[in-house]
Design a binder for this molecule. Structure first.
Ligand SMILES: *[C@@H]1O[C@H](CO)[C@@H](O)[C@H](O)[C@H]1NC(C)=O
Ligand SMILES: *[C@@H]1O[C@H](CO)[C@@H](O)[C@H](O)[C@H]1NC(C)=O
Ligand SMILES: *[C@@H]1O[C@H](CO)[C@@H](O)[C@H](O)[C@H]1NC(C)=O
Ligand SMILES: *[C@@H]1O[C@H](CO)[C@@H](O)[C@H](O)[C@H]1NC(C)=O
Length: 337
């Protein structure tokens, strides 16, 4: 995935257009290619650390040492980069941090300024696998891009253990984002607890060119999924949705091993083009319910000119401009009403 850039005007434009078009679109069925589909996991370039990294130190010559206690291969620790490279490459305002996975890099682990732990790894660690000595000057960082529903921190050995959090939660000390929202001046304005979205009346009108592009759409909804059972039970919800849509001779086309359709792993871009071309809606369904847990699935819809149907525990108006009084999802579910 490329640069995370959400133009809220564009989003709301396409929401508005697609919601209107949904009522008039033809239901002619088009055969989708029979291929395998792959879910997109945001990679290094998708992680906009440069925007989010904030260092405390004023003294650029004063090197701070960060020890990755858990595997340096697991997200999000894998994204930091070794030594100072990650900070230098991303042109961070501060580059005086040194990252290592080597516990012996300094002769004593209490000499590290920060010890970072990947959430999914550390929650399974017993006491004897955790650092034995701790200095009051050290900050322990809990880092996770996984939902707390899938990876809860239950053990009381972690009560008051971490000084900092580095997660997708909006109130995390350092936020790891699946997306950022920028305004016209390219400033990051979200997601945030309080968002000030542009009013519908202040938006630019939808261009004829964009309307033209939407004309190729003919099918209701697509869902690309690789994990068939989830804690959020989204799969059951999709079944219900299928049942309701059937009355209107519509379907949710499910791609991937949990569905009947395939889109090639090797041709990810084409799979997304398929959404762009054919589908009015895309199911941006999270695998679990966790506050602020909104992943790239939302972008899969938005980037491909499809209306996201969302399923998750976030307050979605922190992430996307929702039309007031707009009840397209409810409309689908309650069928004839
Ligand atoms: C990440 O994704 C971008 C865009 O799809 C791609 O150009 C880049 O090579 C990928 N980077 C890695 C490390 O996979
Ligand atoms: C339902 O859709 C199918 C495939 O698009 C079409 O062949 C059929 O005529 C439609 N049935 C009704 C009742 O519209
Ligand atoms: C981090 O938290 C621990 C445990 O609460 C505390 O002892 C330590 O002083 C804190 N570190 C800093 C740098 O404040
Ligand atoms: C949800 O987020 C919006 C956007 O910032 C905010 O105005 C609203 O108060 C939030 N709702 C709840 C229930 O927190």
């Amino acid at each position: 995935m490329g640069v995370f850039f959400l133009n809220k005007v564009k989003i709301i434009q396409l929401l508005a257009v697609l919601i209107i078009l949904f009522y008039i679109f033809p239901t002619k069925k088009i055969n989708a290619p029979k291929e395998e589909f792959k879910i997109v996991i945001p990679n290094d370039s998708a992680v906009n650390l440069g925007d989010e990294y904030v260092a405390d130190s004023d003294d650029k010559d004063d090197l701070k040492y960060i020890l990755l206690w858990t595997s340096a291969r697991n997200a999000p620790l894998a994204y930091i980069g070794e030594g100072q490279k990650g900070f230098v490459d991303r042109k961070c305002p501060y580059t005086n941090c040194f990252v290592t996975g080597n516990k012996n890099h300094l002769k004593d682990i209490t000499k590290f300024d920060v010890i970072a732990f990947a959430g999914p790894d550390v929650i399974r660690m017993y006491e004897d696998k955790l650092p034995v000595k701790r200095s009051p000057h050290q900050n322990y960082a809990f880092a996770s891009i996984e939902s707390s529903d899938n990876y809860p921190v239950c053990s009381n050995r972690f009560d008051g253990y971490f000084n900092w959090t580095w997660t997708f939660k909006l109130d995390s000390d350092v936020r790891w984002g699946y997306m950022v929202i920028r305004d016209h001046n390219n400033n990051v304005v979200g997601p945030n607890k309080e968002m000030h979205w542009i009013k519908q009346g202040d938006m630019d009108p939808v261009s004829d060119e964009f309307k033209e592009r939407l004309k190729s759409k003919s099918k209701a909804a697509a869902w690309y999924v690789s994990s068939c059972r989830s804690r959020s039970k989204r799969e059951q919800f999709v079944k219900e949705l299928q049942k309701e849509l059937k009355q209107f001779n519509l379907t949710v086309d499910v791609y991937g091993k949990c569905g009947t359709l395939q889109c090639s792993r090797a041709k990810e871009a084409e799979c997304f083009d398929l959404i762009k071309e054919k589908y009015y809606f895309y199911l941006s369904f999270e695998n679990s319910f966790s506050e602020d847990y909104v992943t790239e699935k939302l972008l899969n819809a938005v980037w491909n000119n499809a209306v996201p149907i969302v399923y998750g525990a976030a307050n979605y108006s922190r992430y996307i401009c929702l039309l007031e009084n707009c009840c397209f999802v409810r409309l689908l579910l309650t069928g004839r009403q």
